[in-house]
Design a protein. Structure first.
Length: 161
């Protein structure tokens, strides 16, 4: 896994968006789409609770936006930075629209283990790595520098991080 200083800057932005989501009462997830020149093209945060729509994941919103605003060639060389590894729904959307590399702070396995420690409900879909859903995607993560912070955000203010 090779994560550059530029990758860390964009991942920092994704984690900051996760903090924004948590502060708004949504799940602590944030994501950023960056083009081949390193320019942020789209960013979003989780909006499940605030909208009542359980599909309002930032990675899914990125896929929707990219399908409309980027050419297939631009999508293929773009990178998505995200606080947590894509769920199966988001990994599939990413692959279907032809987005490129993914860099994530915390893996789905880590997040699943943390949630089990906290006694959180089991999610309604299987916890799978991105490459199990979309085997052709280049993936870098988890990035340990953000692990404790993401864990704390997901734990919320009343849980022990």
């Amino acid at each position: 896994m090779t994560v550059s200083e530029q990758d860390l800057r964009h991942l920092r932005r994704a984690v900051d968006l996760a903090a924004e989501a948590a502060a708004a009462g949504d799940g602590a997830f944030g994501s950023v789409l960056v083009d081949a020149d390193g320019v942020e093209r789209f960013a979003d945060r989780n909006r499940e609770q605030s909208t009542g729509d359980p599909t309002r994941h930032p990675e899914f919103e990125i896929a929707r936006w990219a399908a409309v605003h980027l050419t297939p060639a631009e999508r293929a060389i773009a990178t998505v930075y995200t606080s947590g590894e894509h769920c199966p729904m988001c990994a599939a959307a990413h692959a279907w629209v032809g987005l490129g590399r993914i860099v994530f702070a915390a893996s789905s396995a880590q997040i699943s283990d943390w949630r089990a420690e906290w006694g959180a409900p089991v999610p309604p879909v299987a916890v799978l790595p991105i490459t199990a859903v979309a085997p052709g995607i280049t993936v870098d993560g988890p990035v340990d520098a953000f692990g404790a912070e993401v864990r704390g955000l997901l734990a919320g203010p009343s849980a022990d991080a």
